[in-house]
Each structure stands twice: as C-alpha cells, then as structure tokens.
Design a protein around this ligand. Structure first.
Ligand SMILES: Cc1ncc(COP(=O)(O)O)c(C=O)c1O
Length: 395
C-alpha cells in the first residue's frame, strides 16, 4: 500500500530514543537526557515580543511562498556578511532566499530540485541522519565517504576526487557538523573547491545551521567565503533553530543562485507554502539583533563542552573527538564492542542500567560510536557523563 519511495525511509532514531526516555520518565524514573538536538536556551526576548505583536495585529494571512520581503532581505544581508567576495562582486538579495520550515525543508527542497533519479549525492560519514533518507526519497543514490577522528571527521580532496563519477550531481557539506562537531577551515574548503572547479556539473549544498556555535573563533568559514567562484552552483542552508534557539518556530532558509531559486519556490509552493507568519515576525526581530547578543550562548556551550570532556576523558575505554563547533560529543566505543556488535545495544544498556540517554551512531553512519549532546544544564551533563564513565569502565 505504501509507495516504495516512502516505504524505504527509516524512522529517525533520535525520535525513537526520545520516546523511550519519555516512557521511562512517565514511569517515574530519573533519566539524564543527553540526546537533545536543540538548545536549552529561550528564544531572544525581541523575537518573543515580535510574535505577540504580530498576533495582536491579526497577522494571520498567507505570506508569499518564499517568505516576506523584509525577512528575505535580512537573510540575504546576513549571508553577504559571511561571504565577503560574493558580497562585493555579485551579492545576494532577497530574491535568492527561500524561507522554509526549518533547515530541514530547505535541504529537502534543494535535494528534490537538483537530484534526478539515479544521480549521485556525495557526503561524508558520520552524517546528519536525514541526508541519506532525503536522497533516497528523491530517487538519488548516496555515495558516502568514510571519515574518522584521525582526520578530524572531514573529507579530503583526494577522497572527494575518488568519489566523483559521471553521475555525481551534488556534494553535501555540513560544518560545524552534527554529529561530530568537526569544522572545515577556510583552506580545507578551498582545496575541496579546487576539485569541484574541475567538475563543473556538480552542485554544493553547504549546511551551515550551526554556524555561530564554533569554539575557536574565526576557524569556521562559510563555503562560499572560501569558494566565491562556485556561487552559481552552491546552495547555502541556514536557519534560526540552533544558533537562534528557536527550533520549534521552524525558521530555516536557502540562499541559492537565480537559476535554482524559482524551482525551490515552485516546489515549496505546492507542498507547504510560506512558513507560519508569526515565525517570520520572530525571525525578522531575531535577525535584527547584533551577533554579539548570541556570544554568551557560544561561551556557555564552550564551557559545557570542556566540562563534558574533562569528565569523559577519565574513561580509558573510549575515544573522544574534541568538537570544534555545534553541541555534540562523538565518542568511539569500538573497544567495548565485538566485531558483530553496533552501538544500538550499547546505547540501550546505558539507558537501562545507568539512566543516561545518548544516541547511537548507527543512523549517522558510525555504528561503533555514540553521540552525547551538551545542550543541557551543566548539572545534568556532569552527572550524566560521570554515570556514563562508571558504566563504560565496568564493562
Ligand atoms: C546538520 C543539521 N542540518 C539541518 C538540521 C535541520 O534543522 P531544523 O530544525 O532547522 O530543520 C539539523 C537539525 O537537527 C541538523 O542537525
């Protein structure tokens, strides 16, 4: 009964863990939840007030599919600020922007609009778990490049060159990364760009949703800041879910060249239309705030990362990658698993026996790893990590 396109999609494992955590909580059990894929900070006061004002003035009509003009202009300006040479030569304006229901819809739109049946989409593993499912839904083929902690969970130009075939249509990059927290430097992005320069048919989707959450200031660069020459075949995706602490208000966007934007608008126009008008009011207010307003959050994430690292490093049984951005720690538990075991069973035992919820790396393409989120209160984080270390060292 279900179409093959949808039948083959996997349920999100992060949502599955959350269901289990909620069940345990409902049974009155204490759970140290380190699975959160979202900030625990409130949205900016200005954004909250903007929503209230919008409600008061009956702002309840359809908006243009791609978003209201003021918001699209602000997004274009934010993007120009991160892509200096593009901004000074052929800058983005509001017409290049499509506001979508979170970064997720922006990525889905781009994959759907670009990838034809049988065409290949290249990305590195560990990956954000929706990439392969979106590619599958579009009828495309995922070509996954393995990376490990030893190379900082980043693909190399040689690996990219090797992965490219006559059918390659799209490269997806995600920096800072979920689940590893790796960040590509400007130089590394330029080297990848050199490979792409030799392969003119390939598009790039740069998922920059964690852009403001970097731990070494200035290390992160937008893909097009490093590769302005690729402007006409790059889609930059971003949003306010993570760095703006408003996941539930569903504000994401794509900034894409004029050859692609109309297709994105058309696709969204026949699926969801413009996003909630109240969320757009919140986004306008948030984007008018100076980026320095978000600096305390970055520093808090940095403190929490360091706290978690300090506790987890007491365990001799695991290998921990020190993240450069986002709010996750990716931990290699390979030494604790037999050849035929993956981290699903381990994550379940951690939850049942030590009351700590983490996410298995299986659906991220890293079957021997677990992901620990530090987007949670420091007390919960410390206790959760201490329990985790005690449990892992007892195995
Ligand atoms: C790497 C990555 N890209 C995109 C998204 C989608 O974000 P949004 O909640 O804005 O749809 C997420 C959310 O978890 C993510 O981790």
């Amino acid at each position: 009964m279900i179409s093959s396109r949808v039948r083959n999609l996997k349920e999100s494992s992060t949502l599955k863990v959350n269901a289990l955590v909620n069940r345990m909580k409902a049974e009155g059990k204490e759970v140290f939840n380190l699975t959160a894929g979202e900030p625990d900070f409130p949205p900016p006061e200005a954004a909250k007030k903007a929503v209230i004002d919008a409600v008061a003035r009956n702002d309840a009509k359809y908006t243009p599919t791609a978003g209201i003009q003021e918001l699209r202009d602000l997004i274009a300006a934010r993007t120009n600020g991160q892509q200096k040479e593009v901004a000074s030569t052929r800058p983005w304006n509001g017409s290049h922007v499509v506001v979508s229901n979170g970064g997720k819809q922006a990525i889905f739109n781009a994959v759907f609009a670009l990838v034809d049946s049988g065409e290949e989409v290249v990305f590195g593993a560990p990956y954000w778990l929706s990439y392969p499912e979106m590619v599958k839904a579009a009828g495309g083929v995922s070509v996954v490049i393995p990376t490990g902690a030893a190379n900082g969970y980043r693909i190399t130009p040689a690996q990219l060159e090797h992965a490219i075939t006559a059918r390659t249509k799209l490269l997806i990059l995600n920096s800072p990364s979920n689940p590893t927290g790796s960040v590509y430097s400007r130089e590394e992005l330029m080297k990848l760009g050199e490979v792409l320069a030799k392969n003119p048919g390939i598009w790039v989707l740069s998922d920059e949703i964690y852009d403001r959450i970097e731990f070494e200031k200035g290390e992160w660069a937008s893909f097009l800041d490093a590769n302005p020459a690729l402007r006409d075949r790059t889609v930059t995706v971003n949003g306010l879910s993570k760095s703006g602490a408003m996941t539930g208000w569903r504000v994401g966007w794509s900034v894409a060249p004029e050859t692609l934007t109309p297709a994105l608008v058309s696709l969204q126009g026949h699926t969801t239309s413009g996003i909630c008008s109240l969320s757009q009011a919140a986004a306008v207010a948030s984007l008018k705030l100076p980026s320095s307003d978000f600096e305390p959050q970055r520093l808090e994430y940095l403190n929490r990362r360091n706290l978690a690292l300090e506790v987890l490093r007491k365990s001799a049984k695991i290998k921990i990658y020190e993240p450069r951005g986002a709010f996750y720690l990716f931990v290699d538990c390979g030494a604790l698993l037999k050849d035929d075991q993956d981290a699903n069973g381990l994550a379940e035992r951690i939850l049942q026996e030590s009351k700590v919820a983490v996410v298995s790396g299986v659906d991220f393409g890293a079957p021997k790893c677990i992901r620990i989120s530090f987007a949670t209160r420091p007390e919960t984080l410390r206790e959760g990590c201490e329990r985790l270390v005690r449990f892992l060292d007892s195995l």
